[in-house]
Design a protein around this ligand. Structure first.
Ligand code: PMP
Length: 449
């Protein structure tokens, strides 16, 4: 490894970081992470902290998942790559599709289409949703509806259904036919409704209204995160996703559950859809599928959709989309090992229990620090929203969050700042002592401002 001076001098010189202004990277050089151990990361200066970010909501089993590391090393020796395009496949991709079909069977999802990551999983679901309707002869169903504040990756399809102008504005014009309705965010919403159940009903009414306005027979799918994540962690009322499912069914619209964050345990259930008791038509997964150790994803497909493709007699159901790395054997081997660990540990249960400890601790901080305007979470995905005035809910400046993050880091935890929010998504294997460290570091951060 180059020495730390070299790394610090070249930090941001030739490297344009994602989601970062190139000038900002010079002014506020990012932390250089060089090691990981258990639920902690170690920086270039040897400082070790609990990773309350969990990599990027993906290192759910921590940095020392030996079965996954072994599987990757062994697969690199056996077969480092082979394509899954028509005519060939590989053993690990087949085995993984079998295991995923078993894991997601209660969600009604028994076919896997492999991708290289979350954005790819979203594009695949959007494309296959349109094709599903074409195969059925409903060629007019091409539009998508999604939630404001939703995050669905960076490709043009995903960016088009994204509900956050920050990720859209610079890249307009986006895909035509993508429409957005308000998200069930009880802290800020256009209805000024703070009761989650009433708010869910209002958002469903907005969905009905949008469907009527567009014409149901023009809409291919509704895409949503079961718990809206990157946009700020907004757990909906438990009635929301079932009501979305019912509305979609009534209008012949497919439901895409974007579970790039929520699949494999983060909400406290095996999947976000299962958490709310819903069976989607597609489920987009990535991130934790390999514990973040290899770029990989899977778009899971329901029996209902599979039936249409697999019974096509007109010859129009060829899946003419895919990636060089679809079903990459090293990624598939990693995912097989990770999935076995997830099931062995029943990791979603720990996410639920530790999540309750985290949210209770954050609520306590919320009572003690006026700068905290809102505290919310589901399982081990939580957020606090920083405000300069509780009454008006005026968002605190980004520098406030950055100052909290800096002091928290010095006190033992890496936090993630997103605008005026601090987002918590630690590995799902955290113990109570790790939650205590995350909370005490957050408290030190809040006290510092
Ligand atoms: N969908 C959701 C819900 C996500 O949270 C993300 C990434 N944070 C994506 C899609 C895109 O995934 P990736 O960054 O792996 O392309």
């Amino acid at each position: 490894m180059k020495d730390s001076n070299f790394l610090k001098e070249n930090n941001g010189r030739n490297f344009w970081q994602p989601m970062t202004h190139p000038v900002d990277a010079h002014m506020n050089p990012p932390t250089i992470v060089t090691g990981g151990e258990g639920v902690s990361i170690i920086d270039v200066d040897g400082h070790k902290v609990v990773d309350a970010v969990g990599g990027l909501w993906n290192v759910n089993l921590g940095y020392s998942c030996e079965p996954a590391k072994r599987a990757i090393a062994e697969q690199l020796s056996a077969l480092p790559y082979y394509s899954c395009f028509r005519g060939t496949t590989n053993d690990k991709a087949i085995e993984l599709s079998y295991e995923l079909a078993d894991f997601f069977a209660p969600d009604g999802l028994t076919r896997a289409f492999f991708t290289s990551g979350g954005s790819d999983s979203v594009e695949t679901a959007l494309k296959l949703a349109r094709q599903y309707h074409r195969v059925r002869g409903e060629n007019g169903r091409t539009k998508f509806i999604s939630l404001k504040k939703g995050y669905h990756g960076t490709h043009f399809g995903g960016a088009s259904v994204n509900g956050n102008s920050k990720f859209r504005a610079a890249y307009e014009p986006l895909l035509a036919g993508c429409h957005h309705i308000p998200a069930p965010n009880a802290y800020r919403n256009p209805f000024d409704e703070s009761d989650p159940e009433k708010l869910a009903a209002l958002c469903i009414a907005a969905l009905e209204d949008e469907i009527a306005f567009q014409g149901a027979d023009t809409i291919a799918a509704f895409i949503m995160e079961p718990v809206l994540g990157a946009g700020g962690v907004y757990p909906p009322h438990k009635s929301f996703m079932p009501a979305v499912r019912e509305t979609c069914d009534r209008h012949g619209i497919l439901l895409i559950s974007d579970e790039v964050i929520t699949a494999f345990g983060r909400t406290g259930s095996e999947s976000g859809a299962r958490h709310w008791g819903v069976q989607p038509d597609f489920m987009c997964t990535a991130k934790a599928i390999t514990n973040g150790y290899f770029p990989f994803g899977a778009t899971m497909i329901s029996e209902k959709v599979a039936d249409v493709f697999e019974n096509d007699t007109a010859g129009i159901a060829s899946v003419d989309t895919g990636y060089t790395y679809s079903g990459h054997p090293v990624g598939a081997a990693a995912a097989l090992a990770v999935l076995a660990e997830i099931r062995r540990l029943r990791i979603w249960e720990n996410a639920g229990t530790r999540g309750q400890e985290l949210i209770a601790g954050l609520q306590d901080l919320g009572r003690r620090f006026d700068v905290v305007g809102d505290v919310r979470g589901e399982g081990l995905m939580c957020a606090i929203e920083l405000v300069s005035d509780r009454a008006t809910k005026k968002p605190a400046g980004k520098e406030v969050g950055m100052a909290v993050q800096k002091a928290a880091y010095e006190s033992g935890a890496m936090l993630r700042v997103s605008g005026n929010m601090i987002i918590f998504s630690p590995p799902l294997i955290v113990e109570s002592a790790d939650i205590a460290t995350i909370l005490s570091a957050t408290e030190a951060g809040l006290a510092a401002i």
